[in-house]
Write a protein that binds this ligand. Structure first.
Ligand code: ZN
Length: 113
């Protein structure tokens, strides 16, 4: 088991005690954030118990809040995307251009300037 988690929305590595990376967590409505947090605290409070109804309930509650928060973020992201598309309709999109990136190796190579 690693000590890292990835964001529930993107692939950013985050600490295992977090649900999302900061930029996505930021999109969770304030009230929902505190709900998720409360459920998480509840879950932690019963984490020492062997799996029983109390722990199962806390887990189920947390899972539900977690899913709701992820949903809220996805909805916001979609709404933002739709808004952007509407307000600055890009000219017909072709395949994204592949811009070759030249990784700088070493760094001491003095190319002529
Ligand atoms: Zn993220």
């Amino acid at each position: 088991m690693s000590h890292f988690n990835t964001c529930a929305v993107c692939d950013t590595a985050i600490g295992h005690q977090f649900l999302m990376c900061p930029s996505h967590w930021h999109l969770v409505p304030r009230q929902m954030k505190s709900e998720v947090y409360r459920c998480w605290i509840d879950l932690r409070a019963v984490a020492h118990l062997t799996l029983g109804p109390e722990r199962q309930r806390a887990q189920a509650e947390y899972d539900e809040m977690r899913a709701a928060a992820i949903n809220a973020v996805n909805e916001r992201l979609q709404a933002r995307e739709a808004y952007l598309r509407q307000h600055q309709a890009p000219p017909e999109r072709t395949l994204p251009q592949r811009t070759p990136t030249t990784p700088r190796k070493g760094g001491h190579r003095a190319d002529h300037e």
